[in-house]
Design a protein around this ligand. Sequence first.
Ligand SMILES: Cc1cc2nc3c(=O)[nH]c(=O)nc-3n(C[C@H](O)[C@H](O)[C@H](O)COP(=O)(O)OP(=O)(O)OC[C@H]3O[C@@H](n4cnc5c(N)ncnc54)[C@H](O)[C@@H]3O)c2cc1C
Length: 421
Amino acid sequence: MIIILGAGLTGLSCAYHLGDTSYRLFEAEQRPGGLCRSDTINGFTFDRTGHLLHLRDPSCQKLVFEELLPGVFKKHSRRAFIHSHGTMTPYPFQAHTYGLPRAVVRECVLGYIRAPQIKNPDTFQEWALTTFGEGIYRYFMQPYNEKLWRVPLESLTHEWCSWSIPRPSLEEIIDGAIGIVHRNMGYNPVFWYPRKYGIEVLPAAFARKCRHLETNHRAVKIDVLRRRVLFDNGREESYDRLVSSLPLDELLMMAENSPDEWKVIARGLKRISILAISLGIKGCFFGRKHWVYFPERSFPFYRVGVASNIESTLAPPGCSNLYIEASLAHPDSDRESVLHQCLTLLAALGLKEDPIVEHCFVIPCAYVVYDHFRREAVPAALTKLMKHGILSTGRYGGWKYSYMEQAILDGREAAAWAKET
Ligand SMILES: Cc1cc2nc3c(=O)[nH]c(=O)nc-3n(C[C@H](O)[C@H](O)[C@H](O)COP(=O)(O)OP(=O)(O)OC[C@H]3O[C@@H](n4cnc5c(N)ncnc54)[C@H](O)[C@@H]3O)c2cc1C
């Protein structure tokens, strides 16, 4: 028997790609979808913060746009900005310094030209300094990443940067300093989003094709010798192969009859939590902008997005749908005080009236921290699990920085592995 734990996109895609092969998919929550769920409250549809679809793989495009959800997604061109020194510049910061104080523009351009040539940079700090130079590091890379990751940047590695951070050429940096905008930089200049009902339509389409999905089943123990999973409702299931999309640290902690070393690895893995604040407000906000990054330390949030500027159906007529993301030191951090600070600063940015709807939630495992421990520990842990017939995969199962398309592909790969019995 194949058991799949977690019905986020990874688990759902695995089930979908197993086709007629026998499996059981168990999900802890009341409904499938994981991070790709959307909540509708008083006419506002809130994603679990901004979830925009980027599909590069042709087979994935065919699956989503032709087989699962034909005609449902609309293509958009990104309208993203950076708020710095009291002004807004187009994303990415490093390629668009025009509009910032002249001394800052000068420092960024000169810093890029004179960037230290560090051979084989090891840490994120070294990588960012050698790639962008001191000015861009000082005004964006350092404050933004310290705010998001909440660890010293010399303790981070840079494996996660290759696809996620755009690296403009000298010509583009100069263009950006004199006001020429390059709109197509980075991994998300265009993206797809459903015309209605939020991103949950995507996991829901997979879920409709699943033959054996059971919700309200939270795995609490896994006996790796007897190959049995115990759920919080007392049910036990045996497996030959287990596909887990649970956070890797939690999976290792719930393993029984496993070497002590597994718990040591679990305790060493670091993650950050985010406080997501969704607001339904009257009127518009940030003009037509889709989202804005806030690198400066004086703002408690690192990003504010206006979901209804992407798809107006996410808010009632005449209203806007905002999401605000703030990184937390710990999931139990005082969210009331962070919320209060965020609302005060949003008022300073133009939020005139109290929100009609306020929907706050913590994502306890939002980003995994790429530190030196992770570099060695994750491949080792995945190999050890595999020897016991367990494939830990997906964004949190694989303990990586990835996106929805990758989750669909991870699920497909997991199905191929599970079928090979
Ligand atoms: C703030 C934020 C914004 C993002 N924005 C984007 C974006 O714009 N575009 C993009 O492509 N990607 C985005 N992503 C990434 C995207 O959300 C993930 O790549 C994808 O949803 C991962 O799916 P998953 O199935 O691997 O994990 P999850 O969605 O976390 O699914 C895991 C599932 O396991 C279940 N589970 C947990 N514990 C148990 C247990 N003990 N027993 C049973 N079930 C359990 C959970 O309830 C959940 O349903 C974003 C992520 C975050 C955090």
